[in-house]
Design a protein around this ligand. Structure first.
Ligand SMILES: CC(C)(COP(=O)(O)OP(=O)(O)OC[C@H]1O[C@@H](n2cnc3c(N)ncnc32)[C@H](O)[C@@H]1OP(=O)(O)O)[C@@H](O)C(=O)NCCC(=O)NCCS
Length: 163
């Protein structure tokens, strides 16, 4: 029987380590090698990709842990535009494939949204494959698809949640 009480979520305004840990890199690679992504990312590529999401200004991350081991994360950052508007942009969300379907991804996004709301930004935005389970999850949580996003990158959609 699964024990949900052994799972902990941390909302962080700085990355948990200066660069992504080996465990975070492994988790990312195992999550994105599966359909619909099928990404055969090398360890170095994965590290570099995640590192970019760690070094952003105004970092906002949520990490899920079991027995002090990371089992999922959401990496986001606040962006403030020249005209004063601001949003939280979600760069990356993934959950350990062995633990998917247990509400972890939903909690990561809900905490991301709540933290963004507390920051006082106007919206939360992200892109993902239009035909992915993640897209369904975002829509369930109130994100709306923008029809114009497909022109930016085929197959992808822009999703935003306005407060
Ligand atoms: C997308 C992802 C983060 C979801 O995490 P998760 O912990 O498995 O999701 P949850 O268990 O919280 O499920 C949330 C909802 O999404 C739906 N969902 C999740 N995975 C699904 C799947 N494979 N097919 C259909 N629906 C799915 C669930 O039905 C659930 O809805 P409910 O809360 O109304 O029951 C996770 O599957 C993942 O890491 N995927 C690979 C990486 C990825 O796609 N990241 C997002 C890219 S932007």
């Amino acid at each position: 029987m699964e024990d949900d009480s052994a799972r902990t979520y941390f909302l962080l305004d700085h990355p948990p380590t200066p660069v992504p840990s080996q465990r975070v890199v492994d988790l990312y690679r195992r999550a994105f090698v599966l359909p619909p992504w099928n990404n055969q990312t090398s360890e170095t590529e994965a590290f570099n990709c995640l590192k970019c999401d760690y070094v952003v200004p105004l970092f906002q991350g949520v990490f899920a842990e079991e027995e002090r081991k990371t089992i999922g994360f959401s990496l986001a950052a606040e962006k403030i535009f020249q005209n004063g508007h601001s949003l939280v942009w979600v760069n990356m969300v993934c959950v350990d494939p062995d633990r998917q379907g247990r509400g972890i991804g939903r909690t990561l996004i809900e905490m991301t949204i709540e933290a963004a709301r507390r920051r006082g930004v106007e919206s939360v935005g992200l892109t993902t494959l239009k035909q992915s389970p993640a897209a369904k999850l975002y829509e369930k949580l109130g994100f709306k698809r923008s029809s114009s996003a497909a022109s930016t990158c085929p197959g992808y959609g822009l999703f935003s949640l306005k407060f």
